[in-house]
Design a protein around this ligand. Sequence first.
Ligand SMILES: Cc1cc2nc3c(=O)[nH]c(=O)nc-3n(C[C@H](O)[C@H](O)[C@H](O)COP(=O)(O)OP(=O)(O)OC[C@H]3O[C@@H](n4cnc5c(N)ncnc54)[C@H](O)[C@@H]3O)c2cc1C
Length: 523
Amino acid sequence: MDSIDTEILVIGGGSTGTGILRDAALRGFKALLVDRGDLASGTTGRYHGLLHSGGRYVVSDPVSARECREENAILRKIAADCIEDTGGLFVVTDDDDPAYAHQFVAGCKVAGIGFSEMPLAEVLRREPRLNPRISQAFWVPDAAIDSWKTVWANARDAQAHGGAVLTYRKVTSLLREGSTVNGAIVENTRTGEETTIHADFTINASGAWAGQIAAMAGISVNVLSGKGIMIAMNHRLTQMVINRCKYPTDGDILVPIRTVCVIGTTDAHVADPDEWAIEDHEIQFMLDEGEKLIPGFRQARALRVWGGVRPLYQPHGEAITETREVTRTYTLLDHPTSDGLQNFITMTGGKFTTYRQMAEVTMDAVCRYLKTQRACTTATQTLPDSEDQHYYWLGTRLANREANLHDDQLICECELITRNRLIASFDQRDAPDLDDVRRAMRLGMGPCQGGFCVLRAAGLLHATGKDSIQATNQHLLNFLEERWRGVQPLLWGDQLRQMQLDRLIFEDILDVEHLPSPDNRAT
Ligand SMILES: Cc1cc2nc3c(=O)[nH]c(=O)nc-3n(C[C@H](O)[C@H](O)[C@H](O)COP(=O)(O)OP(=O)(O)OC[C@H]3O[C@@H](n4cnc5c(N)ncnc54)[C@H](O)[C@@H]3O)c2cc1C
């Protein structure tokens, strides 16, 4: 069995884990991160896309509101390229209790969140599709933030400072000697090979799976999984984030991100973070709530539905409440102190918005345990591509495309991905996977959901020589299956027509079900 020595081992490659990896690398530690899948393939890559101002939590969860407010300001400086500065509104509709607006205003003042009441004529001028019966609206510094870009920027910066990332490595057990955790054994989920990782300190940043990792050390950590679903509509029906001005509940936020807008979300306790389903009643509820914000919402084309699971920490002894009621603040579980288990801590809960602060608190604790003083610099050191502190601009891809119209072929029309960019993305990976490239570049995420581009992308992938015909076919089949999962519950209107066309292309013309692939040995 191979073995690796490191000072810090981080388990989990979501926002929390990659934030910790970067923080550790910038403090000069030799640090290694492992994830059972690709980076951001857990909840971080399946979230709503909102850089919270904190407004949502000012009444229900003031500590989380303050954390979001602080980190919103910091991320705008260090991660500008990942953020689209849309601004946000909290609006009072006919269905909302007008009294909540007073609590909201008071809460924003206490949490220090900059807000201003916007005249309704101005609201409707800027957002003409909004329900004209809105009675009050408050502007807040909400924004849209791209989780994939943020996670990759953290990972790249960590690597530039000596940090290492091993994806597709599943922790199968922790190394424990007496009351000390000394690292982990990981299994390569593609080859089955095992590696022993010896670490001075092990950090459990595995989100909703944190309880499973802690159990490997023989301790119990009660992280509830709160499932939420979201639906992407094929246009930006609004340009600002729109929140209902009411106590947080289901379906009350619309986030414009890239070329789509996303309505969400729900919150339901599920027993297993890997086993859950999206129910039709949840979809219908989202669309009904969308209709309250945007009359005619249901007539817009719903592109895709997906879900993710929140890591919600609940101390033992507290009765399981509705997951909606569990705090959105983060928790550092200090196992040396609370469980007598040395060199092992868990960071869980929190928001994507607060990932950097979570990493700072984690590494401060690790430094205390390792008896070393190394200052955190992540609040001021910008991420790669954010050095000029310019926010992401939606027109960027089109402007780039117009500059090379005659030099480069378009592979994905919806997301304006060119042949050269796609090949460069394949070249960056040892074992390229079409779904990983989708996350990195948004391949196949537009209205056709890969119908026109993924067969071209598969051809280019094979041309790199990194995979056999069979393996490339398998990537294609996996990609189509994953896309199908998210559109199948939304088959009506234009999306049904689109999927009929995609079916004709892939089943009737290409006969993909019978392509030679490892899963299709009979052919
Ligand atoms: C529906 C929904 C909407 C949300 N919307 C927002 C929002 O708009 N704004 C916001 O700020 N926050 C939002 N959140 C919260 C936010 O997404 C999460 O708090 C955050 O992404 C959690 O990141 P994480 O790194 O802790 O967990 P994850 O991203 O889940 O990362 C954990 C990682 O651990 C890995 N792992 C698990 N087991 C193992 C193992 N045995 N070995 C190796 N690796 C393992 C997983 O593969 C995973 O990649 C939302 C959450 C949900 C569910």
